[in-house]
Design a protein around this ligand. Structure first.
Ligand SMILES: Nc1ncnc2c1ncn2[C@@H]1O[C@H](COP(=O)(O)OP(=O)(O)O)[C@@H](O)[C@H]1O
Ligand SMILES: [Mg+2]
Length: 382
């Protein structure tokens, strides 16, 4: 707080104390007391506050935090327009904002870049309201510095991107290991058991029963192992791409769950970058898992299409739907939906959910550039 503001605040404190015992008319002293309280808030707030004249659009007052944030002394802020202190891009942007403000009496920009007097960039949330004071309109702008919050969010996003990638690589490695090594070893055991069976004379019933039992258990383990390896990383994804892998996956899913899945994929999709194919495949896997676990829908449809330069993937069911908030977010999102959203965001895409009592659609819209050669090389050398 600068020296003038401190003095003002001390004077207000004295007046507020004096008011408590004074014999002024009730309403006048109450008004004065609330004015002083407002002033105190104004001076001490850790949000920037600007008061503007709607006619001239010029600043008539600014709180100390605003000066601190922008790097302008209080007197220098007075008489300036917002665009002159780096708050709105230029005069044109400022005029547009005032037109909107006139119309709605309220505007809010969630993320506005601001330039300080020394040229530093900060990000702020900007809220502006029109109030009437003594029969005159005034504009109050509240400016919250969100630079650190945004940086922290970026860091968390980057970290979750690394985690998703590391988890995918690990799944892929384990999937391949199970498929290429453990599964082959089980095949060898099955061959040996067959040979033992061929040598059976039929005299030792107990041994024959044990053998048959072992063969049945082995067969079951092989089935489970195949499914697990496939869930971890379907080889078809590397070999034939997204549409082929989704087709193969949905066939297995239908067998396991009894849910009929229709796949509607454009034939001309072609190969997408490995990262895009893997992310979209996980969206299919996770969404079908949700259809099975939560929706009670007997059917689902997967649509893979192109929309201009983007690829759109939709998984739709005809189930009970999920609870959405007014702002389009899910009331009870878990790791599954959050993971899908993050994967799509990492690709620079958009993730949407639409839901009603008649069913749910999960949609991923991602940049759809074609796969480059490096992607093939990346896969071949593994
Ligand atoms: N297709 C769906 N139909 C109905 N409800 C769903 C569907 N998908 C998700 N949900 C609801 O959203 C919640 C969050 O899903 P998700 O993030 O995948 O977490 P999880 O599946 O682990 O519960 C689920 O618990 C469920 O209540
Ligand atoms: Mg889930």
């Amino acid at each position: 707080m600068d020296a003038a503001a401190t003095k003002r605040s001390e004077r207000d404190d004295r007046e507020l104390d004096a008011n408590a015992g004074a014999k002024r008319p009730e309403s006048a002293s109450a008004t004065r007391a609330s004015e002083i309280r407002y002033r105190r808030l104004f001076e001490a707030a850790r949000d920037g506050i600007l008061i503007l004249d709607p006619g001239t659009r010029k600043i008539t007052d600014a709180n100390p935090f605003m000066s601190e944030l922008l790097g302008y002394p209080h007197e220098e802020l007075l008489g300036k327009e917002l665009w002159e202190i780096g708050l709105l891009k230029d005069e044109e942007a400022s005029q547009a904002a005032f037109r909107e403000l006139q119309l709605k009496q309220y505007i809010r920009y969630e993320d506005l870049p601001l330039q300080t007097k020394s040229g530093l960039r900060r990000d702020v949330e900007f809220v502006s309201n029109v109030y009437t004071e003594d029969g005159r309109d005034v504009i109050q702008c509240n400016i919250r510095d969100i630079t650190e919050r945004k940086q922290a969010e970026d860091e968390v996003r980057e970290l979750s991107g690394h985690l998703l990638k590391a988890r995918d690589e690990e799944r892929r490695r384990i999937g391949r290991e199970l498929h290429d090594s453990t599964a082959q070893e089980l095949v060898a055991v099955a061959v040996n058991l067959d040979l033992v069976q061929q040598r059976s004379t039929g005299h030792d019933v107990t041994s024959d029963n044990l053998l048959a039992d072992s063969q049945a258990i082995l067969e079951q383990s092989q089935r489970e192992l195949r499914t697990l390896a496939y869930e971890l990383h379907p080889p078809a994804l590397d070999e034939v791409g997204l549409a082929g892998a989704v087709q193969e996956y949905t066939a297995g899913f239908t067998q396991r769950s009894g849910i009929t899945v229709r796949l509607d994929a454009i034939p001309s999709l072609g190969r997408l970058p490995g990262e895009t194919e893997r992310a979209l495949f996980r969206v299919v896997q996770e969404s079908l898992g949700n259809v099975h676990r939560h929706s009670s829908s007997p059917t689902a449809t997967i649509r893979i299409a192109r929309d201009g330069a983007a690829v759109v993937l939709e998984v739709t069911d005809q189930g009970c739907g999920l609870r959405m908030r007014g702002n389009g977010t899910v009331e009870k999102a878990g790791v599954g939906l959050a993971g899908m959203r993050e994967r799509v965001r990492q690709l620079g895409g958009r993730f949407e959910i639409e839901s009603s009592k008649r069913g749910t659609t999960v949609r991923a819209i991602v940049p759809g550039e074609a796969r480059k050669n490096e992607d093939h090389a990346d896969i071949d050398c593994r």
